[in-house]
Design a protein around this ligand. Structure first.
Ligand SMILES: O=P(O)(O)OC[C@@H](O)[C@@H](O)c1c[nH]c2ccccc12
Length: 260
C-alpha cells in the first residue's frame, strides 16, 4: 500500500503539470524581478527578542482532519507575530492540508517577520512560484527528494533570493544536506506512520553540522518539551496544531509563550 507521503507527492506532480499549462515558468521568472529582498528567517530565529518559534497556519492535516477550517489568516498570524513568533509557516497545499497560495499572500501582506511556504516542492516551477507569491523561505522534504533534487532545488532557491529549510527525519537523510541549506528541521513526526518521537530527534541532532540552524518540528504541545529540546541544542521549534486547534490561535500562542 502507498503511504500518505507518496500519495501527496504523486498528486503534487499532477498539480504542477496543470499549473504550467495555465501560467508558464517564463512568466513566473519575469515576475520575480520586481520583488523585495527576503526577510531572513535565519536572522529572525537568532533574534533574542523573539521566541525562536516558527508558528504555523494550518487548517487541516492528513493525520488529524480538520483542525480549524475557517480560521482567518490575518487574525491568526498577527497574533503569532505580536507575541514573539520568529517566523510564520503557511500551508499552501490544498488537497491534503486545506491551504492555499491566497492564505500565504494574505499572511505575507500583514507580517513583518519572514513567511515560510509549507508545501511539497518537487519541481523548479514551485521554487519560482514560491518567490513570486512573496514567501521568504521554502521547505524541502528530504524524504520526497533525491540528493541531486535537493541540491538543484536549493541552489535555485538561493539564486532567486529564498532561504531553505530542509526537513529530515532520519540519520540516513543527512547526506542530502548541502551548502545551500540555511535551516535544518528534524521532524519528530514520521510522515509515513504519524508517530511522534522527540528522543529520536535529539539523537539525530548530535550529528548535524554546527553552522546550521536547528529546528524541531511537529507534535509539540507542551512548553516543557520546548525547554527540553532547547537544552538539547535546538534553536527553533515548528508548532502548528497546538495553536490552530483553539478558536483563537494567537491567544493560545501567547499563553504557550508565557510558560517558556
Ligand atoms: O501541527 P504540528 O504537529 O505542530 O506540526 C507542525 C509542522 O511541523 C507540520 O505541519 C509539518 C512538518 N513537516 C511537514 C511537511 C508537510 C506538511 C506539514 C508538515
Amino acid at each position: 500500500m502507498k503511504n500518505i507521503l507518496n500519495q501527496i507527492v504523486e498528486q503534487k506532480r499532477i498539480e504542477v503539470q496543470q499549473k504550467k499549462q495555465v501560467q508558464s515558468i517564463e512568466y513566473l521568472k519575469q515576475s520575480i524581478h520586481f520583488l523585495n529582498p527576503v526577510r531572513s528567517a535565519k536572522a529572525s530565529v537568532l533574534d533574542e527578542s523573539k521566541t525562536g518559534i516558527i508558528a504555523e497556519f494550518k487548517r487541516k492535516s492528513p493525520s488529524k482532519g480538520f483542525i480549524n477550517e475557517n480560521a482567518k489568516v490575518e487574525d491568526v498570524v498577527l497574533g503569532y507575530e505580536q507575541f514573539g513568533a520568529s517566523v510564520v509557516s503557511v500551508l499552501t497545499d490544498e488537497n491534503f492540508f486545506g491551504g492555499s497560495i491566497k492564505d500565504l499572500q494574505q499572511a505575507n501582506e500583514v507580517l513583518s517577520i519572514p513567511v515560510l511556504r509549507k508545501d511539497f516542492i518537487v519541481d523548479a516551477y514551485q521554487v519560482y512560484e514560491t518567490k513570486a507569491i512573496g514567501a521568504d523561505l521554502m521547505l524541502l522534504i528530504a524524504e520526497c527528494l533525491t540528493k541531486d533534487e535537493v541540491h538543484d532545488l536549493a541552489k535555485l532557491a538561493k539564486e532567486i533570493g529564498l532561504e531553505v529549510l530542509l526537513e529530515i527525519h532520519s540519520e540516513d537523510q543527512l547526506e542530502k544536506v548541502n551548502e545551500y541549506i540555511d535551516l535544518i528541521g528534524i521532524n519528530n513526526r514520521n510522515l509515513k506512520t504519524f508517530e511522534v518521537d522527540t528522543e529520536k530527534s535529539k539523537q539525530i541532532l548530535k550529528q548535524l553540522p554546527e553552522d546550521l540552524i536547528k529546528v524541531a518540528e511537529s507534535g509539540i504541545s507542551d512548553p516543557e518539551v520546548v525547554k527540553d529540546l532547547k537544552a538539547a541544542g535546538f534553536q527553533s521549534f515548528l508548532i502548528g496544531e497546538n495553536f490552530m486547534k483553539n478558536e483563537n490561535p494567537g491567544k493560545a500562542f501567547q499563553e504557550f509563550v508565557n510558560q517558556l
